[in-house]
Design a protein around this ligand. Structure first.
Ligand SMILES: [Mg+2]
Length: 411
């Protein structure tokens, strides 16, 4: 005999071996799972797969097991014993004979998250039909959240992520629901940096407009904004033109503006949950550090970058100092934050609403257009059109239960 011990080779699954699918359905109560497997244990069968779900108090428990191999305990005996046990608990049992394991899932795997407020049967039917139409198979469906919107997740195989995303984006726009398609795999859980725009994303306001209200130049600022939107000015020109209108404003206005800023609903939940999960979170803004620094401190953000209003002798000069954060600048900052966080770009998530955010949204592993203008919505990987920032968590596969459990366990 050899002195060395060779570990026993794992038994190759025999795809032809007889197997039994045992399905139990009925009113849920403690002990059903233990009871079923106790019953099966008397036949010395092995477990190949288990799926269990409870919906409104009803349990569906499916167990795929090897067929009994002993002569003194036949498949017929097993069927009779399981049925007797199920009847004693007023459960329905179905036992289906077959061969081998589940069919292997097809290549090309994605997670499709659907957000609806409400989620209608019509939308669900249309989404499911589109998935099937692109060659995808729905392997599993589960609910992620019922609050503040209904969020369900489909695990899909057999379709490439990009064509599925394109097909579902068209359907989602027509149905008025939000659909996010993310490639499955380990990297989905390894996303470790989230970078957000500030104005109309993290907060409900446009900071320049808050300043303008104190300088009595709201109309003029709005004119410049409109000209920029018509493409007559680029972002940098429009920034300088608008900041110029603030010249002479007392710097004490900064504190007033900070107190006027309204966070987007769900912003605190999003950031708190991400931080607890070990994500790093940053903001980039075409607005001003005088406001983003305050947000960084209040919300415990890891990174923040914006333009800085120049202040001389306690007054705004109407100029900005330093590097201007514009469309290209935002993407540059995403890369810089990722480098500092030690996270590859493919594992970053960017969230924004404006044309200014497009480069950043496209550079990130997942770009989320948040209540964005149509041009941004169409160009981004995915769009969220409900006004709750914490719904972004569902796109990352985080459930409401997990969010609330984290809130309960941490003071
Ligand atoms: Mg914005």
């Amino acid at each position: 005999m050899s002195a060395s011990h060779t570990p026993p080779a794992a038994a190759a699954p025999d795809e032809d071996a007889p197997t039994l699918l045992v399905k139990i359905f009925g009113k849920d109560r403690p002990g059903i799972t233990a009871g079923l497997f106790d019953t099966l244990a008397t036949f010395s069968v092995d477990v190949i797969d288990i799926e269990q779900v409870v919906t409104r108090g009803r349990i569906v428990l499916c167990a795929l097991v090897t067929a009994p191999a002993r002569r003194d305990a036949t498949e017929g005996d097993l069927r009779a014993t399981v049925h007797t046990w199920a009847e004693s608990l007023r459960l329905q049992a179905e036992i289906i004979s077959g061969r081998g394991d589940n069919r292997p899932r097809g290549l090309g795997r994605s997670h499709v998250t659907v957000l609806g407020n409400p989620l209608t049967a019509e939308s669900t039917a249309a989404i499911a039909a589109r998935i099937t139409g692109t060659g995808g198979n729905i392997d599993r469906i589960s609910r992620l959240a019922k609050y503040p919107v209904t969020a369900v997740e489909f695990a899909v195989s057999g379709a490439e992520t990009e064509p599925l995303r394109t097909a579902l984006a068209t359907e989602a726009a027509a149905l008025g629901v939000d659909v996010a398609v993310v490639a499955s795999g380990l990297h989905r859980r390894a996303q470790r940096l989230v970078v957000m725009d500030v104005d109309s994303t993290l907060i409900q306001d446009e900071v320049i407009e808050l300043f303008a209200a104190h300088a009595d130049c709201e109309d003029k600022v709005a004119e410049v904004t409109a000209a920029a939107m018509r493409g007559e000015l680029d972002f940098e020109q429009s920034l300088h033109a608008r900041v110029r209108l603030l010249a002479g404003l007392d710097a004490s206005v900064i504190d007033k503006v900070r107190s006027e800023v309204r966070l987007t609903p769900g912003a605190r939940t999003l950031i708190r949950t991400l931080k607890r999960l070990g994500y790093q979170v940053g903001v980039v803004s075409g607005g001003f550090t005088q406001v983003t620094d305050d947000l960084q401190e209040r919300l415990g953000l890891d990174f923040a970058s914006a333009n800085t209003l120049e202040i001389v002798d306690g007054k705004l000069t109407g100029r900005v100092v330093g590097e201007v954060v514009d469309r290209a600048g935002k993407a540059r900052l995403l890369r810089r934050f990722a480098e500092q966080a030690g996270v590859p770009l493919s594992q970053t998530v960017a969230i924004g609403d404006g044309a200014n955010d497009l480069d950043m949204l496209n550079a990130a592993g997942l770009g989320v257009a948040f209540n964005a203008k149509p041009v941004v919505r169409e160009a981004a990987h995915t769009a969220v059109n409900v006004p709750f920032l914490d719904t972004v968590l569902y796109l990352l596969g985080i459930t409401r239960d997990e969010v609330e459990a984290a809130d309960t366990h941490v003071g």
